[in-house]
Design a protein around this ligand. Structure first.
Ligand code: 4DW
Ligand code: GAR
Length: 194
């Protein structure tokens, strides 16, 4: 029954390939969640088109239209009010959410990060993995807490670092696993809530 599905809001800032993997997962009748709304902090990004193509409401709350983070977050909170959201999925969403926002959604925000957290928090993960000569990296889906790239881990996927890898080659190999990890993590999060 559709009514029993978890209602997701997916937050994006750009390309939206993880959003697409969630759209595809939700097409499966047996998948326990559906995407009710997509929210971007940047106008005209490819991810918004992916949402529209899938007939999902797509909203832009441009952070530059707001003078403070609190105003920006209040605008996002207001936009979400029209939907009965159970879980917010950050998918390449690049604005830090302050405690003002996070504390209104305790245990209800998750994020995907392109490294094996707690290693390589922050940006340029693949460059740093290569510079350190690591033989393995991966991706992590985790609950969001005010401290960035922290919070309990839901799913991790590992990938090998190969001889001659460039940051782009490694990013592509990790991204393939991200597209598997994120739908899995949401299904697990649903089970945890049940
Ligand atoms: C993340 C962490 C820091 C920035 C961007 C993204 C990882 C995912 C994430 C997004 N929002 C979050 C998280 C998180 O893990 N935890 C919380 N909120 N609480 C980052 O430094 N962003 C800066 C802007 C970048 C840009 O607009 O290009 C910023 O100032 O927000
Ligand atoms: C993904 O690789 C995701 O792990 C990363 O941004 C990319 C978004 O791609 N997220 C972060 O680095 C968060 N700190 P997408 O827009 O194609 O999903």
């Amino acid at each position: 029954m559709d009514d029993k599905k978890l209602n997701l809001a997916v937050f994006i800032s750009g390309r939206g390939s993880n959003l697409q993997s969630l759209i595809d997962a939700c097409r499966d009748e047996g998948y326990p969640a559906k995407i009710s709304v997509v929210l971007s902090n940047k106008p005209d990004v490819p991810g918004l088109q992916k949402a529209s193509d899938a007939n999902i409401p797509a909203i832009t709350v441009h952070h530059k239209d707001h003078n403070t983070r609190e105003d920006f977050e209040n605008a996002m909170l207001a936009a979400l009010k029209d939907y009965e959201i159970d879980l917010i999925c950050l998918a390449g969403f690049m604005r830090i959410l302050t405690p003002h926002f996070v504390n209104q959604w305790p245990g209800q925000i998750i994020n995907i990060h392109p490294s094996l957290l707690p290693d390589y928090k922050g940006t340029n993960t693949h460059e740093r993995v290569l510079a350190d000569g690591k033989t393995e990296t991966g991706c992590t889906v985790h609950y969001v807490v005010p401290d960035v790239d922290s919070g309990a881990i839901i799913v991790q996927k590992r990938v090998p670092v190969l001889e001659g890898d460039t940051p782009d080659a490694l990013a592509a190999r990790v991204l393939e696993q991200e597209h598997i990890a994120y739908p899995e993590a949401i299904a697990l999060a649903v089970k945890e809530k049940a």
